[in-house]
Ligand binder design. Structure first.
Ligand SMILES: C[S@@+](CC[C@H](N)C(=O)[O-])C[C@H]1O[C@@H](n2cnc3c(N)ncnc32)[C@H](O)[C@@H]1O
Length: 271
């Protein structure tokens, strides 16, 4: 039972509505305790003694709101997370895109909800390996968490976080530094890291490939549908969408086709 003095049911409803409105992230009674513990941390950091003053602050100050939203995100990620997706990318999606994009040899990718960067760096390493010249790629990687984006841009990963990166990739794309590994500047330069809240339109158009894995799981169905439809608008006529393996567009009103390959399942825009 929540401490009524710290965080009443009415407070919970207020926060829940604000978080949903601002980010699509959905809190329910099941994960209320996560919100409470993050809020306690925020109050301590900001030196505030009530959620009322905190709520007033994030309602009136955009920067405080951003850092609050940052604090409630779940940022778990890792290199080569769900290898099956990268197998499908290598053996199905990239060959398809090379057929589709005759005469235009740049593959444009968005890693939406990139967390600390492991996902876009994985995509970059793989594409660097498999794309023959004159093919090129460019990656936009975005997140709502400024803290995560800072880590991603720095490109430093402690030894424990490098697990899953094959040795040959480690040698080719990282430098060994004290306590971990640093991504080569060259690989980094292929990725543009940017703040973007998926509750808004990104303005992106004509993308060939979107990765949005393990992000919409935190949204309710209305917010999920809105995000997925915005992806549709940002993608080229023939393009591909990967979502997390525990996520699905099943039952959702979208125009994407479901694709099942021997490696993994994903979605396709096929106009
Ligand atoms: C669990 S991580 C997934 C990271 C990576 N895609 C993966 O699958 O390993 C989810 C990320 O989504 C981000 N996120 C959550 N809501 C968001 C929103 N409304 N806009 C942009 N990013 C969001 C979080 O900050 C977090 O870094």
């Amino acid at each position: 039972m929540a401490d009524p003095v710290f965080f009443s049911d009415a407070d919970f409803e207020l926060y829940k509505a604000l978080i949903y409105r601002e980010s699509g992230i959905t809190f329910t009674t099941t994960n209320r305790s996560i919100l409470e513990s993050r809020l306690k941390e925020q109050l301590r950091t900001l030196g505030l003694n009530s959620v009322k003053s905190h709520y007033a602050r994030i309602s009136t100050n955009k920067e405080d709101l951003k850092s609050f939203l940052d604090s409630i995100t779940t940022n778990l990620t890792r290199f080569f997370r769900n290898q099956a997706h990268f197998d499908a990318l290598e053996h199905y999606v990239v060959p398809e895109l090379m057929k589709i994009k005759q005469g235009n040899n740049i593959i444009r990718i968005w890693s939406a909800g990139c967390s600390t960067g492991e996902e876009p760096y994985t995509i970059a390493m793989l594409l660097s390996e498999i794309l023959p010249p004159p093919w090129k790629y460019e990656i936009l990687a975005s997140d709502i968490s400024l803290k995560c984006l800072m880590t991603a841009k720095e490109g430093f990963y402690a030894d424990s976080r490098i697990v899953g990166v094959p040795d040959n990739y480690l040698k080719k794309y990282f430098d060994k530094v004290d306590g971990g590994y640093k991504v080569h500047a060259d690989l980094m330069s292929r990725i543009r890291f940017d703040y973007h809240n998926l509750a808004n339109d990104s303005g992106q158009r004509n993308l060939d490939l979107v990765f949005c894995r393990n992000v919409i799981i935190y949204f309710d169905e209305t917010a999920q549908t809105a995000v997925i439809n915005r992806f549709w608008d940002s993608m080229a006529g023939k393009s591909f969408l990967f979502i997390g393996h525990s996520e699905s567009l099943f039952g959702m009103k979208t125009k994407f086709d479901f694709v099942k390959t021997e490696w993994a399942t994903f979605y396709r825009k096929n106009l």
